[in-house]
Design a protein around this ligand. Sequence first.
Ligand code: TYD
Length: 216
Amino acid sequence: MFITLDGGDGCGKSTQQKRLGFCFQSQGYEVVLCRDPGSTTLGNEIRRILLHGHELRIDNKTEMLLFMAARSQMVEEVIRPALNAGKVVISDRFLLSNYVYQGYAGGIPLNILETVGRIAVEGLTPDLAIILDIPYEIAVKRIGNRNTSDRMEQKGEEYHRQVRNGFLQHAAIHPDRYVIIDAVPPPDEVEKSIRNVIYERYGIAFSFPSGKHADS
Ligand code: TYD
């Protein structure tokens, strides 16, 4: 099973990814957690350039292609082998983030993103694609508590408002592909909502209360 978690910066994806991974493991599933961009040697190099290459000039199209390249490698090297081995793969971001950040917010036409995306992931689509939705103002407060901001986080308020709207707009166009979950409540509540979706879709119930496991 392939599950993806997307959403604006500060929506709590990484926390929920770890929790969900723990849930599946507790039921005896083998779980692989990955993050896009990243999770391969090449992907981590590209990630460093994209997020911390503050001195570099990277235009929108190049930025889009670098995210795609990192993802292409991750699909081949990490995701497909894991899925072929029957494991549950949970990815912190996937192609949808590319559509939203470089498309809706960055201005690259969606049909170009879809075409390049098809080549990058060779038709791999998530079984369950979750969007953790959070208003810009709340996300900013959360991110403000971290003391560093990366190249993408520095793109400014207008860009990040467009990111949030982009997620909602794209999900409205494809309601069959995405599940939107309110990411404003505390992590235990968000986890409960995600578990409910998994129960409704797949009949998988996790046997301990949400939040019982540590976040570490
Ligand atoms: P993320 O791993 O969520 O960063 P962090 O853990 O530091 O919050 O994502 C990295 C950044 O890259 C984030 O700002 C979203 C952005 N991004 C894109 O712009 N396009 C993409 O295709 C992907 C996958 C991420």
